[in-house]
Write a protein that binds this ligand. Structure first.
Ligand SMILES: [Zn+2]
Ligand SMILES: [Zn+2]
Length: 836
């Protein structure tokens, strides 16, 4: 079977080899078979920790600012240590962000991958209150801040350790905290800058208020949920005529602040009441009946009561109709004095009591059970109330067109999630309230003159704590009096801090060189649910401060859901803790599972069974590597048809994977590599080339044997490199054991030549069909795989692979085409016929 090797042919093959990625790297050539270079029989997750140590000691992922490469900067989401176990979804999210960093390194970028921890805000306050059984309002401020810090330190240590275990290649030696002086200084400096630009103002407005968190919240912090509730049909006595009008409402506790009722101008049922009055039950106040298109004829009775403030449309109507506001609910969620005898009751209690009293007085016509779309606090799930509050606002309405333009120019991964941002931008209707009545946050740096009462703003630079520090000025900036200052007590909305993360990591106002080289930041990876907050606010703030877009790319990941497709949340009790899973299966299995689980941007199911399934692939890869590691690696080869076939498939694999990596969609390379190894390389090529690689009875020429060695190594090297961003541990271990002293994580991706990608789909189909049929035949007839077969017909497409097929299946007579005597066929599948 040996073909003559002409020098011309050899030449062609060497060129061809040159086009194969990773084929020609220097190899220590030992032309004799030995024991496997890979000694360990199986992959052990405990090897991961030692490798992680080695990466640190080698400084493998160190960022070099003075580099000739293009810098790729990542605005890693600083996770919030809120006291809940990190969910599997969050762990998956961070491992994929690491895949972005590793991909960029292999694309020959200098990668800047800072790690931060978000430590401002409510959850830690609530956690600290629970942990120490204290009340934030009854604990001295300094003491409470200390306790919060300690709680955060403990939670943070666990989170950092989980991130390291997962193999994150970020900079852990300088990780930042959003509650550090350095960070808060920058938040305050950005406020002072915007203040001086006239973009911040104070106003008393009805605001979204969470009575549980005790603070104003922005529209972006509201989640709408369907809540079962009762719809009460209440009689209001008419003033100008006999009888009543009936109003359907879910919130009878607001009767005390009811200032008008509306009917639709075209609603003929109520035309006779236009301009008349009715009497508020229980309170006896006289209010007008106003025709207004805001009344929905089809809801309840078509008559609606307007109170301060049942919802955001009440706010608008109060303004439009110039009604006098009556404050019904205080900031503790209790009824105010306006509620009369119900004053001091909680909203729930008042609703029950008022409904009972109305019923006793015969003022309730009927009750219906209904579902109500209720705005709730995103942090604590409490229904949001609308309470008039004096707050600071950052102007955002004027900037909407610019932010939209920036959003349009950014590259989204996946593209489809750009729409989430557009939808939010289109819905922004009021400026952003940025002040919060909380403690564990960045302080608003303002002092108020005791003479004129006006706010005084300090110079940017230091970290200011007005509640603790003396005012940094002698006299008032407005009236020049020196009568002392009162301090501002409020803090910022935490999004006001986190929305400058790209400026913080790029050294804005701190390091000119770093800033010039890393801003705009290359990519913002983040979860889908905070597009309207973190992504939107960041684009807004960075544009206001620098006039530039914050990012070139936005990478938006979906949610981890449980096995029944429900989003994981603490309140549902379906959060799966990733730490025991990482301990049991190791980081690479976990990473491979989540990369392969769902396409980028889609929600992914978390189940231990699927994670366990991923470990089988790593075992397969290990076994295959061990087999290949027992052969030497030649530097050149003259390929057989079988080799050319798998190398062509390898080139196609390479091309598809690199395309997936370009979109940072790790679903594509993980699944493509698994398919290639599991369905082609291991069962077909490795089996076909085995006899040639061992060549124990010298049935093949040395050239053919060497080609098998070469091809096996070429496939393995390529697979390891392509898999390295997803499974950094096992690939590095195999690489260092078989190929190099240096880590695989210093290798770049190489693009295969287009010319290598032959149209071999049909060959692959015929070959897979042929092998599968023979294996099935032998199995069905209890013939051992190494036992001979008499006569087989195969598709002419695989004629050129004849010698490998003969050797693999021990076929005595292999022919191509269709058997002339169909009567003798004992088994057939497609173009394969086993003949008796
Ligand atoms: Zn809340
Ligand atoms: Zn003054």
């Amino acid at each position: 079977m040996e073909r003559s090797i002409s020098s011309a042919n050899c030449e062609t093959d060497i060129q061809w080899v040159g086009m194969l990625p990773w084929a020609l790297a220097p190899a220590r050539l030992v032309m004799r078979m030995s024991k496997p270079r890979l000694k360990e029989k199986r992959w052990n997750r405990n090897m991961e920790a030692a490798l992680a140590q080695r990466w640190v000691s080698e400084g493998l992922y160190k960022f070099h600012l003075r580099t000739r490469k293009r810098i790729f900067s990542i605005d890693t989401p600083p996770p919030y240590p809120s006291g809940r176990p990190w969910s599997v979804g969050a762990a998956a999210h961070y491992s994929q962000i690491d895949m972005i960093a590793r991909t960029a390194r292999m694309q020959r970028h200098e990668v800047y991958f800072p790690i931060g921890i978000d430590r401002n805000g409510l959850p830690v306050e609530l956690y600290t209150e629970r942990l120490h059984e204290i009340d934030i309002h009854e604990t001295p401020r300094e003491r409470f801040i200390e306790l919060c810090k300690h709680s955060l330190d403990d939670l943070e240590a666990e989170m950092i350790s989980t991130m390291k275990t997962m193999g994150l290649s970020g900079d852990f030696s300088h990780y930042y905290r959003t509650d550090s002086e350095e960070y808060r200084r920058l938040t305050q400096a950005s406020f002072i800058h915007l203040w001086k630009l006239g973009l911040i103002y104070e106003d008393t407005r009805p605001n979204n208020f969470c009575v549980d968190c005790g603070t104003t919240i922005a529209d972006a912090d509201i989640a709408y949920v369907e809540v079962p509730t009762t719809l009460f049909y209440i009689h209001f006595r008419l003033k100008e005529r006999q009888g009543t009008v009936t109003i359907a409402t879910t919130r009878p506790e607001f009767l005390c602040s009811c200032q008008a009722i509306l009917v639709h101008p075209d609603d003929n049922r109520y035309r006779h009441l236009h301009g008349q009055h009715c009497i508020v039950p229980l309170y006896g106040r006289e209010i007008p009946i106003i025709p207004n298109a805001a009344a929905r004829q089809e809801f309840g009775t078509g008559v609606v009561m307007i109170c301060s403030y049942g919802d955001s449309s009440d706010v608008r109507l109060f303004r439009e109709l110039k009604l006098d506001e009556i404050v019904a609910i205080d900031t503790k969620g209790r009824m105010t004095e306006a509620a009369g005898k119900y004053s001091g009751l909680s909203i729930e209690e008042a609703r029950k009591q008022i409904a009972k009293d109305l019923e006793e007085q015969g003022l309730i016509e009927k009750k219906e059970n209904t579902m109500h779309r209720t705005p709730t606090c995103d942090r604590c799930d409490t229904p949001v109330e609308i309470v008039p509050m004096k707050e600071f606002y950052l102007k955002q309405i004027d900037f909407i067109p610019s932010v939209r333009k920036i959003a349009k120019r950014m590259i989204f991964h996946p593209e489809v999630h750009r729409q989430i941002l557009y939808n939010w931008i289109d819905s922004v209707a009021i400026d952003w309230p940025i002040s919060r009545r909380r403690i564990y946050g960045t302080e608003i740096p303002l002092w108020y003159c005791s003479n004129c009462g006006k706010p005084n703003v300090p110079e940017p630079g230091p970290y200011y704590r007005p509640w603790k520090d003396d005012a940094p000025f002698r006299s008032c900036q407005h009236c020049h009096a020196s009568k002392g200052f009162a301090s501002e007590e409020r803090t910022f909305d935490t999004w006001f801090d986190s929305s400058i993360s790209p400026l913080f990591i790029s050294g804005y106002l701190r390091s000119e060189e770093l800033y010039l080289k890393t801003f705009p930041v290359t990519i913002r990876p983040q979860a889908k649910d905070i597009v309207r907050t973190w992504l939107y606010y960041t684009l807004l703030r960075c544009h206001q401060l620098t006039g530039k877009p914050a990012f070139k790319h936005a990478w938006i990941m979906g949610f981890g859901v449980d096995e029944s497709g429900e989003r994981m949340s603490k309140s549902k009790g379906n959060v799966v803790d990733p730490i025991p899973l990482l301990a049991k299966y190791g980081a690479d299995t976990f990473r491979f599972w989540n990369a392969a689980e769902a396409s980028l941007g889609s929600d992914f199911r978390c189940s231990e069974q699927r994670i366990a399934g991923a470990s089988k692939f790593l075992t397969k890869l290990w076994n295959l590597s061990r087999f290949i590691s027992s052969f030497p690696r030649p530097t050149k080869a003259r390929f057989t048809a079988t080799d050319r076939w798998i190398l062509s498939e390898l080139s196609r694999l390479s091309e598809r994977c690199l395309k997936g990596y370009e979109d940072f969609n790790f679903f594509i390379p993980s699944n493509e590599i698994r398919d290639f190894v599991w369905n082609l390389l291991a069962p077909h090529y490795a089996e076909m080339a085995k006899a040639r690689a061992y060549n124990s009875d010298n049935a093949f020429s040395k050239t053919e044997q060497r080609a098998a060695w070469f091809t096996l190594h070429c496939c393995l090297r390529s697979v390891l490199i392509l898999l390295a961003p997803i499974c950094p541990y096992i690939t590095d271990y195999l690489w260092r054991s078989i190929y190099s002293q240096r880590s695989i994580h210093t290798e770049p991706f190489l693009r295969p030549s287009k010319r290598l990608i032959n149209r071999l789909d049909k060959v692959t189909t015929s070959l897979v069909e042929f092998n599968s049929t023979i294996w099935k035949f032998k199995k069905d007839h209890n013939i051992a795989l190494n036992q001979p077969l008499a006569k087989v017909y195969a598709s002419p497409r695989i004629r050129s692979m004849r010698s490998d097929l003969l050797a693999m299946h021990r076929i005595q007579d292999l022919r191509f085409g269709v058997p002339s005597d169909p009567g003798k066929i004992v088994m057939s599948q497609g173009e394969t016929y086993v003949v008796s």
